[in-house]
Design a protein around this ligand. Sequence first.
Ligand code: 6PG
Length: 243
Amino acid sequence: MNDRFHCFPEPEALVQAAVADFLALLNACDGECHIALAGGNTPRRFYTALAEAGAGRDWSAVHFWFGDERAVSHDHPDSNFRMARESLLGPLAIPAERIHPMPVPDPVLPVSLDAAARDYEAELRRFLSETADGWPRFDLILLGMGEDGHTASLFPGTAALEEAHRAVVPVHVASRNAWRLTLTLPVINAARHVWVMVTGSAKAPALQRFRSRLEPALPIQRVQPAGGCDWYVDAAAMGGDCP
Ligand code: 6PG
């Protein structure tokens, strides 16, 4: 495992460091920069801090994508797109042509969600360069981790976790009785950079299990990009103290 852990005593210190690292990564982007945003609650503060710190920056080379999406309207409180629009994309006034939300059909039917996944993959392939083995390559994919070790919408026991041919698939999360769309492991592992942002004591058991490499592997353990992941964690998620 060639992951790098960046541990901070409090979430705010983590956010400020991640903002600085993110802006440095953008400066190193050659040409267009394609970023996949994480959903959930953890990244919201990071996004608002990034919008504040990046207010005067030229964002014209940056395209924003999504690592996963809940199968709800983009105005629904659970929508990852809505969260990113409110906290980052709106405040930075990113134009629509550089924002790529995952399309959510209405009504949500398996067949239409599958078509939406295929449409998103086609859009990815129109914009992103590909790796030697044919996967669209993000410059950065931001991820979170659930208490069960899921990431994006790759939940334990789901077929999405085993997908080896498609970059984007629909997934039914039985434990939540909910449909989602998600990037798959091959495209996550093809990214130039992968960051995993985890805070809070509720995540400590899963993070400890990840670090001890226990079997069966948690979904997050299967995120193994060539360059390793950068973890941004607070002391609470590390069991109370940074190592
Ligand atoms: C989502 C995310 C998901 C998230 C984890 C952690 O759509 O929910 O993509 O993978 O990162 O569930 O969520 P929290 O940050 O809310 O704990």
